[in-house]
Design a protein around this ligand. Structure first.
Ligand SMILES: [Zn+2]
Ligand SMILES: [Zn+2]
Ligand SMILES: [Zn+2]
Length: 619
């Protein structure tokens, strides 16, 4: 009975229901295309399967040392540690490759943010070191061909992410190759062999026509600054590897790096699929030094390479409202949000805008609800920076839950986050007020074929960023039960979650909950959240965010103006680095069979989230 709970039938239900026949046909076509693409790719991977190492194989020997990190990675499966103890597989609870990749990147991101918090230099590098220490490099052995869970079009947000997954193991080199130590897996070949290349405009002689590219070999150029050639390249290492790929007809993964101002790292790397080296030659480059050139051709049967992927910067993201297709409302917030939130509808005929609610931007207090007096707060001035002196940092277990990066990022989900509030001496720019700052990302409400209204962002959202607060009217749950038709109730289940009752998945890190914290007193059944946020008739953009069984946002309870956990604020944070235009979702947290209709019978609703591990029912 936790989380966002549907109480009864909803007049808005039309919005959430199956699409009309026309849309079903459209969807069928899309599904069919996707099926054909999948089959093509399967054929391709069958063709290459003799080149691939078995996923489950245990790897005794280690990978070559990486360029920068002194650490050596550990094998994926059960392995002996230095002390001779058996260490558990980091991915033991996960059998789907995509979810393993997600788990890997989330873990890396947390480690990275912890290193940022510790103010260490090269937090990306040290974050990867932590991933290695935890035995969590997903592909610790290099392999030829696609890596399970990383599809064509996958976007990485840093070179470090690629190292953490094991996709491209070099920090600086554009060519990642395997040496003679892979003789056992790939006995028919001559080494080195290239497994992955990154095209990032590093070389002045690169030529990129998407399906066919001319790639300049490595060496002889300045890696920083001018990037000009300063001496001849030689046919060794990566360059020799690509020549061997040509001779053995071994394909190589191609990833393109793009400058991207809206990405927090200012760079995005898109995996564009497998390419075959078709010829190579040496020539004098524009600077007069010998460079090796390789012509690569994209293998057929792979998902289409869209302009969006090749040149992401100039992609499909509209720059102004006049460019938006299917625009039905320029700003659903009517000027209340810090940025206009347009609504688009390319599904219905005629296209209708979202209706039946009034936009509000801050929580309204309903009848019979009393907000406690504000807590004592901290004595900091300006911004809270010293965790040893800040009383609010102490509430969070001795450190700040956020790092001062990209306007504030939460390091990891917590039972509850104690932010600074009205009684604190710090100002609005304090990092410990991150979720109270105004909406940062350009959001759009759009009509989806199966799930009604949905929300996405035109900006990159870095993992740990607050996306929006769940805004509505704060009510007693008892009062709401008498209102029959409301699909937008969010039960504040923070306390239930912390007590391991019937809330969401327990958070990883315990916090020092103050002893004077209010616990449920008046409510006899402490399993039932006492308060909820009703975003039915009045609410903000959060009311349009759909459920997913495998979401990219998570729910975080935040206390700022008081310390009554039953009345905690509900804020949605990014769980992953979210690329533009990906639908934003969170887990509504319904318990199955917890929703009853007006007749008292258990109600069911099919889930259309499309996740690999979809529970198939929303409730
Ligand atoms: Zn503060
Ligand atoms: Zn403080
Ligand atoms: Zn404070």
């Amino acid at each position: 009975m936790a989380g966002k709970r549907k109480l009864a039938d909803n007049p808005d239900q039309k919005e959430r229901r199956w699409s009309s026949r026309v849309q079903e046909l459209r969807q069928k076509k899309v599904d069919e295309k996707a099926r054909i693409a999948r089959e093509r790719l399967k054929l391709l991977s069958d063709k290459n399967s003799k080149l691939c190492v078995d996923d489950t194989e245990s790897h005794a020997e280690e990978d070559e040392a990486m360029l920068v990190s002194p650490e050596r990675s550990s094998p994926l499966t059960l392995t002996k540690t230095e002390k001779g103890k058996t260490k558990l597989d980091f991915y033991a609870d996960e059998n789907d490759a995509h979810l393993k990749v997600k788990k890997n990147l989330r873990f890396f991101n947390t480690q990275y943010l912890l290193m940022v918090q510790a103010k260490l230099s090269r937090p990306d590098l040290k974050g990867v070191t932590e991933v290695m220490r935890a035995n969590a490099i997903l592909y610790s052995r290099k392999r030829i061909g696609d890596l399970p869970g990383i599809d064509v079009g996958h976007r990485f947000f840093s070179r470090a992410e690629m190292v953490a997954v094991g996709f491209h193991r070099h920090w600086l080199n554009g060519i990642d190759s395997m040496g003679i130590e892979y003789k056992r897996e790939y006995s028919d070949y001559q080494f080195p062999l290239a497994v992955s290349i990154i095209m990032s405009g590093q070389y002045e002689d690169d030529l990129d026509n998407a399906e066919v590219v001319t790639y300049t070999g490595q060496g002889g150029n300045k890696l920083t600054g001018s990037k000009r050639q300063v001496k001849d390249q030689e046919l060794v290492r990566g360059n020799l590897a690509l020549k061997n790929n040509l001779e053995h007809k071994v394909p190589v993964r191609v990833t393109r790096g793009h400058q991207c101002q809206t990405s927090y790292s200012k760079k995005v790397y898109t995996y564009d699929g497998l390419y075959q080296v078709i010829k190579y030659w040496a020539e004098k480059g524009v600077s007069g030094f010998t460079v090796y050139k390789y012509q690569l051709k994209r293998l057929e049967g792979q998902p289409e390479l869209t302009t969006n992927q090749v040149n992401f910067v100039g992609g499909r993201i509209p720059k102004s409202t006049s460019e938006i297709q299917g625009l039905v409302c320029e700003d659903i917030s009517k000027g209340l949000a810090s940025k206009p939130i347009p609504a688009t509808n390319r599904v219905d005929d005629p296209p209708v805008p979202p209706s039946g609610f009034t936009y509000i931007d801050s929580l309204k207090i309903g009848p019979n609800v009393k907000i406690p007096r504000s807590s004592t707060g901290c004595n900091c001035r300006g911004s809270c920076t010293d965790p040893n002196k800040c009383a609010c940092a102490r509430l969070n277990g001795g450190n700040f839950p956020y790092v001062d990066l990209n306007n504030g990022r939460l390091i990891e989900p917590r039972d509850v986050v104690f932010e600074c509030g009205p009684s604190c001496g710090c100002g609005p720019e304090c990092v410990n007020r991150t979720s109270q700052k105004r909406l940062k990302f350009q959001l759009e409400v759009f009509r989806s074929p199966k799930k009604g209204w949905a929300v996405r962002s035109w900006d990159f959202i870095p993992a740990g960023s607050p996306v929006c607060e769940y805004i509505g009217v704060l009510r007693r749950t008892d009062d709401v039960d008498t209102l029959s038709d409301n699909d937008y109730i969010f039960e504040i289940d923070c306390q239930q979650t912390m007590q391991g009752l019937d809330g969401r998945q327990r958070r990883l890190r315990d916090v020092a909950v103050p002893t004077d914290i209010k616990v449920s007193q008046s409510n006899e059944d402490e399993n039932v959240p006492e308060f909820c946020i009703d975003a039915g008739p009045t609410g903000n953009v959060a009311r349009f965010i759909n459920h997913s069984c495998e979401p990219n946002l998570f729910v975080q309870c935040v206390l700022s103006s008081h310390q009554d956990i039953r009345l905690a604020r509900v804020v949605l944070f990014a769980a992953d680095n979210i690329p533009p235009l990906q639908e934003l979702t969170y887990d509504y947290g319904y318990t199955l069979d917890s929703v009853h209709g007006p007749d008292g019978k258990v109600k069911q609703l099919t889930c259309y989230c499309g996740a690999i591990k979809c529970r198939k029912r929303l409730y």
